[in-house]
Design a protein around this ligand. Structure first.
Ligand code: MG
Ligand code: ZN
Length: 432
C-alpha cells in the first residue's frame, strides 16, 4: 500500500530558515524521517512525497529511500495547490487504496490496523478522528453507530452549537475514487473543499483512536510534542502497545443521573468530573465511557437523539475544563419486550449490556488495552461487575445510584469513593 506524505509547508514559524516544516528535528530526528521509519518498521515500503517549498532539502536527505529499505518517489509542485489540489499530479500513480499523512503531524499510529479498519468498512475512505481540548475552534465530524461520518462541521461553529468532540487528525485511508471529488482546477484542501461534499455524497467512516497524533506547527506545539516523545507517551498510546485506560460509566458518574437522560436538557455534569477527566487527558491516559442506553431498544430515544446528548456532554466537558472522552461505547439493547415503540431487533440478550463485559472487551481489543492495569468507575454494582468480569480494578462512586443495586450483585468494589473527582485523583496519586 502506498503512503503519500504531504511535505509542503514552510518552517519559518519554527525558525527553520528555508528548510521545509517536515524537516524539523523532533528530539533530534527530522519529523519526516521519523514518519518514514515508523511506517517502514510496520512493513510499509512505498512512499510518495508531495513537496513544494524546500523540496531540494527533502530530496537530498532521503534520496530514493534506500537507507530505510523503502522506495520514495519525490513529486514537486510548481505552485501551492493545497493539500488536495496537489494530488492531481499523482492521480495515475494511485490505483489502489492509499494512506495520506502530513509531514507536520507527529504520530505513532498502527497504520496496518488503521488500514484494516478502512478496508473492512469500505466506501470512499476512513479518516482518523479523535477529540481535542479546543473543539470550539476545530472542524468537527459526527459519526453514527456504524462509525459512518454523517456530518462535517467546518469552523466557525454557530453560537449555541453542541457538536460531538471529534476532529479529523489528518491521517486518511482513501480509495482512488475519492480523487474524483477534487475540483479540476485551483488550490483546494481536503478538509475544507473535499471532505464535506465527500461525506454527503459517499460513505466515509471515522476511526476513533486514542493514539497520539498532534501537529508541531508552532514552537510551543513542537516543544510539547518533543516532551511527549521523550516521556514515552507517543509510543505508549500506539495500538502496537498494550496500555492502561480508565473506563467510566456515564449517567451518575460523569453527569447527574436523572432516571434516564432523554434530551440534551437533561445533561448536567457532576461537579468536578470535567476537571478530573482533564487530569487523565493531560496525563495521556485514555478515558473510555461505557454506557447502557436501553432507551434506544425501548423506542424512547433515537440514535440521533443519543448523539445530541453526547454532543451536549462533550460541549460541557470542553467548556468546563477542556476535557474530553477518548471513546464512547454504547449498549442500545434491552432483553425484555413490552414497550409500545420498541425496536424488536434490539430487544435481545446481548454481550454488551453491563453487567456483561462486552463493551470493555471490545474496547480492549480495538485500543489494545491492558485490562489488568485499567480501572472501571461506576455508580452501580452492575458497572463494578462488568469491570470485574473484564479483569479491571473497580471503583464505586457514591454519586448517581451510589451502589443501590448491591443486593443484586453480592460483590465488592476495590474502592468506594465519593465521586469521580476523588476517584481519579486517587488513581493519579497512586493511592489505590
Ligand atoms: Mg450510572
Ligand atoms: Zn448490548
Amino acid at each position: 500500500m502506498k503512503i503519500v506524505i504531504l511535505c509542503g509547508g514552510k518552517g519559518t514559524r519554527l525558525g527553520l530558515g528555508d528548510l521545509p516544516k517536515p524537516m524539523v528535528p523532533v528530539d533530534g530526528i527530522p519529523l519526516l524521517e521519523r514518519l518514514v521509519g515508523q511506517a517502514a518498521v510496520q512493513g510499509f515500503d512505498d512512499f510518495i512525497f508531495l513537496a513544494g517549498h524546500g523540496a531540494g532539502h527533502i530530496c537530498d536527505h532521503f534520496g530514493s529511500g534506500a537507507r530505510w529499505n523503502v522506495t520514495i518517489e519525490h513529486v514537486v509542485e510548481a505552485e501551492p495547490l493545497g493539500s488536495a489540489g496537489c494530488f492531481r499530479q499523482i492521480r495515475d500513480a494511485l490505483n489502489a487504496p492509499f494512506i495520506v499523512l502530513y509531514g507536520d503531524i507527529l504520530h505513532d499510529v498502527d497504520l496496518a490496523a488503521f488500514a484494516e479498519f478502512g478496508r473492512e468498512k469500505g466506501g470512499a475512505g476512513t479518516l482518523f478522528v479523535h477529540p481535542n481540548d479546543h473543539p470550539e475552534d476545530s472542524d468537527l465530524v459526527e459519526i453514527d453507530q456504524t462509525d459512518r461520518i454523517v456530518a462535517f462541521h467546518a469552523k466557525p461553529h454557530p453560537p449555541g452549537a453542541r457538536y460531538s468532540n471529534l476532529v479529523s487528525a489528518a491521517i486518511y485511508y482513501l480509495n482512488p475514487a475519492v480523487l474524483d471529488f477534487i475540483p479540476p482546477v485551483g488550490a483546494c484542501d481536503w478538509g475544507h473543499d473535499v471532505f464535506p461534499r465527500l461525506c454527503r455524497e459517499a460513505s466515509v467512516h471515522g476511526y476513533r483512536s486514542a493514539e497520539y497524533a498532534k501537529d508541531v506547527g508552532t514552537p510551543a506545539r513542537l516543544e510539547r510534542a518533543a516532551s511527549h516523545l521523550r516521556e514515552g507517551r507517543v509510543a505508549r498510546l500506539s495500538h502496537l502497545n498494550a496500555k492502561p485506560v480508565v473506563f467510566v460509566d456515564r449517567d451518575g458518574v460523569v453527569n447527574e443521573e436523572r432516571g434516564g437522560i432523554l434530551t440534551p436538557q437533561d445533561v448536567a455534569l457532576i461537579p468536578g468530573s470535567a476537571q478530573a477527566i482533564r487530569m487523565l487527558n493531560q496525563a495521556g491516559i485514555p478515558v473510555i465511557c461505557v454506557t447502557n442506553q436501553p432507551f434506544i431498544a425501548k423506542g424512547q430515544l433515537t440514535w440521533r437523539g443519543l448523539g445530541a446528548i453526547g454532543g451536549e456532554i462533550d460541549h460541557q466537558l470542553a467548556e468546563a475544563a477542556g476535557a474530553y472522552l477518548d471513546d464512547l461505547r454504547i449498549c442500545p439493547h434491552h432483553p425484555e419486550s413490552g414497550w409500545m415503540d420498541e425496536i424488536p431487533e434490539l430487544k435481545i440478550v446481548c454481550a454488551c449490556r453491563k453487567p456483561a463485559p462486552g463493551m470493555l472487551l471490545d474496547a480492549a481489543q480495538f485500543h489494545n488495552i491492558d485490562l489488568s492495569r485499567s480501572w472501571m468507575i461506576g455508580d452501580r454494582y452492575c458497572d463494578i461487575e462488568a469491570g470485574r468480569r473484564a479483569g479491571t480494578r473497580t471503583i464505586l462512586v457514591e454519586t448517581g445510584f451510589a451502589g443501590s443495586d448491591h443486593d443484586t450483585f453480592a460483590i465488592a468494589a476495590d474502592a468506594i469513593m465519593p465521586d469521580l473527582a476523588t476517584a481519579i485523583t486517587a488513581i493519579m496519586e497512586g493511592r489505590l
